[in-house]
Design a protein around this ligand. Structure first.
Ligand SMILES: Nc1ncnc2c1ncn2[C@@H]1O[C@H](COP(=O)(O)OP(=O)(O)O)[C@@H](O)[C@H]1O
Ligand SMILES: [Mg+2]
Length: 242
């Protein structure tokens, strides 16, 4: 049976007089890859921050796995099975690649041996086994993005929120990462995917929500979204994301 794993209900976030997110509602089903798109400043990252407990929503409810999680901290949300990656990747630069992923693994075990085995498994999934001993800070951006993904995978999440994980990557690196993400979904995880590259979004997402100036402009399948006149006018028509 298909179930909603995440339900966003009338969520708003105000920063003083600035309404970053305004009355946004949508639901994400189990094992979906769900796209969140919209112009810069539309409120996508802010919504992720509200969902994952980095700051509370001003109004509305975030329901994950049938629990209201509005007031929870990021570590508590992580324990429930939801993790996010950062638009600007922030590995612990002086630790090795392996140690960075072990930090994620320690959220579900206190055993160093288990954490290391888990971390190695995730590094294998994202194709970073050649870099385990390298310092994280020495990696180029494409590999830092893979490291970021391995770090959150080590928490064994039910749901991953990926904030522009393909940003700054070339087409080959993007295609590789999309395949890895498809593999993660095949193993049973649910994914919410913020991304500007429309080719990437439409190729991987089952369903898409478009934000514009903090408001939900449209929701539908990739075909519905790319042919929606409001979306074309507000976002796709400008030529800057084609
Ligand atoms: N911590 C914050 N404090 C104040 N304003 C913020 C903060 N985070 C985001 N904003 C504002 O919220 C709006 C949405 O930003 P953001 O969520 O980063 O958009 P997107 O990720 O879609 O590009 C912008 O006007 C931004 O300046
Ligand atoms: Mg953003």
């Amino acid at each position: 049976m298909i179930q909603h794993l995440l339900h966003i209900s009338h969520v708003s976030k105000h920063f003083g007089g600035n309404v970053a997110v305004s009355d946004v509602s949508f639901s994400v089903n189990e094992k979906q890859i769900f796209g969140l798109i919209g112009p810069n400043g539309a409120g996508k990252t802010t919504l992720f921050n509200c969902i994952t407990g980095f700051f509370p929503a001003t109004a509305g409810d975030v329901i994950f796995d049938n629990k209201k999680i509005n007031a929870l901290r990021p570590d508590q949300v992580c324990k429930l099975g939801m993790v996010r990656t950062w638009q600007r990747v922030k590995p612990l630069e002086n630790l090795t690649v392996l140690e960075n992923v072990m930090v994620g693994a320690f959220s579900i075990t206190n055993s160093t041996g288990e954490a290391e085995a888990n971390a190695m498994e995730q590094l294998q999934k994202v194709g970073l086994t050649d870099y385990v001993k390298k310092s994280a800070g020495s990696l180029p951006i494409g590999l830092k993005k893979k490291l970021e993904l391995a770090r959150v995978l080590a928490t064994h999440p039910k749901m991953l929120l990926l904030d522009e994980i393909c940003g700054g990557l070339n087409h080959t690196e993007t295609d590789l990462l999309l395949d890895i993400i498809r593999g993660i979904r095949m193993k049973g995880a649910t994914i919410v995917f913020i991304e500007h590259d429309m080719k990437a979004v439409t190729s991987i997402c089952d369903r898409i929500v478009v934000l514009n100036s903090g408001e939900k402009l449209a929701e539908g399948t990739p075909e519905e979204i790319t042919s929606n006149p409001d979306v074309i006018a507000a976002y796709l028509g400008g030529g800057h994301h084609a």
